[in-house]
Design a protein around this ligand. Structure first.
Ligand SMILES: Nc1ncnc2c1ncn2[C@@H]1O[C@H](COP(=O)(O)OP(=O)(O)OP(=O)(O)O)[C@@H](O)[C@H]1O
Ligand SMILES: [Mg+2]
Length: 722
């Protein structure tokens, strides 16, 4: 009896299992059909289906996938699988706009609510939500909106009608103060579970730090969530670092890189809005279709830039946060503050899985500036609480990892993945970073960087970097004015700014009104700069620090002499007297930049060293022979021509394949640029000081406005006016 009962039970459970299995297969088929029908993708990617099935069954889910891994699909498909609404919380208005636009193009009813919309549009969305049968499937909102009592009661009403299927918290790492992108407003999302207890929550992020993961799960009160993790490797991204201190001009270098890629779509990240604007202006001047995009622009202009970029009318955006799937290159013009931030931003490239490139411009001044900002934050936080102090210590150690990424000669990919705790087999990179592809060149650049910095540290102060001492003076903190603007945005507006900028705000005690116009700001900056240099110059005169000392000149001569020796080894014996030639070259540098200060002088020496490492015998003898007696005998006139411009595999790597690393001594420029620069220019462009730059801009502005004012200068306008 007992036996047969057991047998009966087992038959029943077998049947149930079968039924369950069948149901699952059917459900999977339905979901795949939805994916194919709406998105044209043949199949789900790794872990997507598990995530979708979990939330459809009412379970919470924590979804950790790399950038571009397809996280959005994990909440977009559930929105289509049953009637009702999926609420998506997103930190960036640009991301919301972008996704909503893409969904609408596919005929999917999606909207977003933010302060950027007109009242009319907002009212229409609210009407739909209040109706018995809303047509909306996906509603994107900012975390600030969730926190408003009015909106929360609306959500409760929708839920009471059984229409709220899922809450997806995108970029969920923003909730954690341990993350790279902490947004206090995200903290308010913890009320979601209390107010809407039985609505499944899905947290999505590409941030891998275990502490952040734990924090996200706890803060959102996820209950027994299905935790899904994928590898963070982005095999389609080629990683490269260029060293600003070894380049003649990073602006021009970037401009050349972008031009050499043709009409690709790119994002350039900058630390500050002013730099965004300046860089964008520089690139535009060089014929690159480009625009600045940041929270400082008015809504209309931001939308216009976004539209133009998405519709390919512009090629490059110089941005603080923006998205498109066919981005072929992401450039960081300043070092990011952490590996997480870098991974997230560089990951905006190649979301279509095609080859793409991450290019980081690393500069010592940028590094020092970031270190200063972080240490200032640490000082401030250590005065408040111990948890805050721990946090800022973490920021500093996070930044160290980023510096290692730039200053270490090892595989860049390995560095990224290991910083997220992933085990990396040596075969993983497959030469898809500059350190693996050109180890000798990278090592050489790093060596030169070390020398450059050592000498600079010893002998000069930079005219660009404002040292920590100087930062205590109000007049000298002016370069952070743009951050103050950023913080002045309305709460709901943010979504493109960084909540974690308070420490910078506190630095920026400038007396300048945040509402001041551009010209007022330029005037202010100019006065600040003048006073800065007046004070500095007084100090310098007193201590005679700015003079290019004999010992610095001697060190430069030595450097040039070493570079010359290497050049002669490479080119064969040209019977050049090394010491005399080195003196001649040093004198040239001194004559050109001796009066402009050490940085300029030193940069000219560095440039000459680089030139020596790639020049050919004809160019060398011409430069030395015509003006110096150092060239003693006829040169080997049958020397080979410099190599023809190599054919570039533009996205993966710009180094020529037929030239060894050893031949490319010391240059981070592309081979083509290097050869061009060797043959075309023997002298550096004169770099204007900030004042010169501002004056030139002012004159231009005045000219423009006087042209505008004078009808005679614009006959077309005059005719129209008449
Ligand atoms: N199953 C799939 N098959 C093919 N392509 C897919 C699939 N799922 C998503 N994609 C595509 O992958 C790209 C990246 O997707 P998505 O924007 O969702 O990534 P993400 O993980 O949210 O990245 P990020 O962290 O940068 O926000 C999109 O172009 C999307 O259409
Ligand atoms: Mg995403």
């Amino acid at each position: 009896m007992k036996k047969s009962l057991l047998a009966m039970e087992s038959v029943t459970s077998e049947n149930e299992k079968e039924k369950e299995k069948k149901k699952q297969i059917q459900e999977k088929e339905t979901l795949v059909k939805l994916l194919r029908w709406h998105f044209d993708h043949p199949n789900f990617r790794d872990k997507q289906l598990d995530a979708i099935q979990a939330v459809l069954s009412g379970r919470d889910c924590f979804c950790l996938m790399p950038t571009g891994g397809g996280k959005s699909m994990c909440y977009q498909i559930p929105a289509l699988a049953k009637p009702g609404i999926v609420l998506v919380v997103s930190p960036l208005i640009a991301l919301m706009e972008n996704q909503v636009m893409a969904l609408k193009e596919k005929g999917i009813a999606a909207e977003f609510l933010s302060s950027t919309q007109t009242l009319q549009v907002k009212n229409k969305i609210h009407e739909d939500l209040d109706s018995g049968k809303p047509s909306l499937r996906l509603l994107y909102v900012t975390p600030e909106l969730i926190a408003t009592p009015g909106f929360m009661s609306k959500l409760k009403k929708i839920h009471s009608r059984g229409l709220l299927n899922l809450i997806a918290v995108d970029e969920a790492h923003c909730i954690s103060s341990w993350g790279h992108d902490f947004r206090p407003s995200y903290r308010k999302l913890s009320s979601l579970r209390n107010c809407l207890p039985d609505v499944p929550i899905m947290a999505l992020t590409a941030t891998a730090a275990p502490k952040v993961q734990k924090d996200v799960i706890e803060s959102l009160c996820l209950q027994k969530p299905l935790v899904l993790k994928s590898s963070f490797n982005r095999p389609n991204i080629y990683y490269e670092v260029r060293y600003k201190d070894l380049l003649d001009d990073a602006y021009t270098d970037l401009s050349n890189v972008l031009k050499s890629f043709g009409d690709i779509c790119a994002i350039v990240y900058c630390l500050e809005r002013t730099l965004c604007d300046e860089l964008s202006a520089h690139l535009s001047k060089n014929g690159i279709l480009c625009a600045a995009y940041h929270a400082g622009l008015n809504n209309k202009l931001r939308s216009a830039v976004l539209d133009n970029w998405i519709s390919s009318k512009i090629q490059v955006v110089v941005a603080t946060g923006i998205d498109r799937k066919d981005v072929r290159m992401v450039c960081h013009f300043n070092i990011p503050k952490s590996m997480e931030a870098f991974y997230q931003e560089s990951g905006r490239a190649g979301r279509d899985q095609m080859l793409c490139k991450s290019l980081l411009y690393y500069g010592m001044d940028d590094r020092k500036r970031m270190e200063f900002i972080l240490s200032k934050a640490e000082n401030k936080k250590s005065e408040s609480s111990s948890s805050q102090e721990a946090l800022s210590k973490k920021s500093i150690s996070d930044f160290k990892l980023m510096v290692e990424y730039c200053e270490d000669s090892g595989c860049r990919r390995k560095k990224i993945l290991e910083s997220f705790g992933e085990q990396v087999p040596p075969s993983l990179c497959k030469k898809s970073c500059d350190a693996c592809k050109h180890p000798n060149l990278v090592a050489k650049n790093l060596e030169e960087l070390t020398t450059t910095c050592a000498i600079r540290q010893k002998n000069s102060f930079s005219r660009i970097f404002i040292s920590s001492q100087d930062m205590n003076d109000d007049r000298k903190t002016s370069e952070f004015w743009n951050r103050e603007d950023e913080a002045s945005g309305s709460e709901e507006d943010i979504s493109d700014s960084d909540d974690g900028i308070e420490f910078v705000k506190s630095l920026s005690k400038s007396k300048l009104s945040t509402k001041a116009g551009l010209n007022a700001k330029i005037d202010f900056l100019q006065r600040a700069e003048e006073s800065y240099y007046q004070t500095k110059d007084k100090q310098v005169n007193k201590l005679n620090k700015n003079a290019i000392s004999e010992s610095l000149r001697e060190a430069s001569k030595q450097r040039l002499s070493n570079a010359l020796k290497q050049a002669l080894q490479r080119l064969g014996d040209l019977s050049i007297e090394i010491e005399t030639s080195a003196s001649f070259l040093e004198k040239e540098c001194h004559e050109k930049y001796g009066k402009s200060g050490k940085s300029f002088y030193y940069s000219q020496v560095a440039s000459t060293v680089r030139w020596l490492s790639i020049t050919d015998s004809t160019q060398l003898t011409n430069r030395l022979g015509t003006t110096s007696s150092s060239f003693h005998s006829a040169t080997n006139s049958c020397r080979e021509e410099p190599p023809a411009e190599p054919s570039l595999s533009p996205l993966l790597d710009q180094q020529p394949t037929d030239i060894t690393d050893e031949q490319l001594h010391g240059s981070t420029s592309t081979a083509s640029e290097t050869y061009k620069s060797a043959s075309l220019k023997e002298s550096l462009l004169v770099i204007p000081s900030f004042s010169e730059f501002v004056n030139c801009r002012k004159t231009k502005n005045q000219l423009n406005s006087s042209q505008k004012q004078s009808p005679m200068k614009n006959p077309e306008k005059k005719m129209r006016l008449q």
